[in-house]
Write a protein that binds this ligand. Structure first.
Ligand SMILES: [Fe+2]
Ligand SMILES: [Fe+2]
Length: 240
């Protein structure tokens, strides 16, 4: 065997004495461990790159989300807090945390003349705005769990519990769970921060607004979890 073969691959010839067979077995085990370790490293590396790419996409999305640069991250943090409070498994909480910042990705495709228009939108302009849900979902749709969660959230974060939301008019538990928690987190965060068209509300006023829309706009269970979190739990979305 040539010298450039890694030591771990230089196994003795089979059929030798007992000691050689043992050392062969030991080397095979060593080799297996090496392969497993490398596969695991490659997998973890892939996961990290994947999450990083999504975080970059979320940063891109926030350029189109009015002028509140941290909004998407705060929505992720509060939505994850709500999911945890509702007893969702750690895996789901982590997916919500990473996927929620992409909720308005589709706004990238909405023209400035409509997205940044001060004042009231005409009905046909509002129809264009609504399309940010389906446009975002179309970009994100995938069998991958993280992208899949991001696609569901992008599509359904404006659905109302009573069925009067958009784009699909889903009602109740037909609205995906992750989209229901993001809806509450998104509205609360918008209320407590200043936007070009509104002042920042106090956390107490914003919370009252959320509670008032329980069962119509929002899932009552998510609103109950929101109330249970209380001001300390809302801080991830509180005014700076
Ligand atoms: Fe949205
Ligand atoms: Fe948002």
């Amino acid at each position: 065997m040539s010298d450039d073969v890694p030591a771990v691959l230089r196994v003795p010839v089979i059929g030798g004495k007992g000691g050689e067979a043992e050392s062969l077995r030991a080397r095979v085990e060593e080799l297996e461990a090496l392969v497993v370790r490398q596969a695991l490293d490659a997998f973890r590396g892939g996961q990290a790159v994947h999450a990083d790419a999504l975080a970059r996409l979320a940063r891109l999305a926030q350029y189109r989300d009015d002028n509140s640069s941290e909004h998407t991250q705060r929505v992720g943090a509060l939505a994850a807090g709500l999911a945890r409070r509702l007893g969702a498994p750690d895996r789901t909480v982590a997916l919500v945390r990473q996927a929620a910042p992409l909720h308005d990705l589709g706004k990238i495709a909405i023209p400035d003349s409509i997205l940044l228009k001060p004042g009231r939108l005409e009905p046909e302009e509002f129809e264009v705005i609504k399309a940010h849900t389906t446009l975002g979902a179309r970009v994100l749709e995938s069998d991958d769990p993280l992208l899949g969660a991001a696609a569901r959230i992008a599509r359904s974060h404006h659905e109302f519990w009573d069925g009067s939301g958009y784009p699909d008019g889903l009602a109740g538990e037909a609205i995906p769970f992750d989209a229901r928690v993001v809806h509450v987190a998104d509205v609360f965060d918008v209320l407590v921060h200043e936007r070009p068209y509104k002042e920042a509300w106090s956390m107490a006023d914003a919370a009252r607004e959320i509670v008032a829309a329980s069962g119509t706009q929002f899932d009552p269970a998510v609103v109950a979890a929101f109330e249970a979190l209380g001001p300390a739990g809302w801080k991830s979305s509180g005014p700076a």
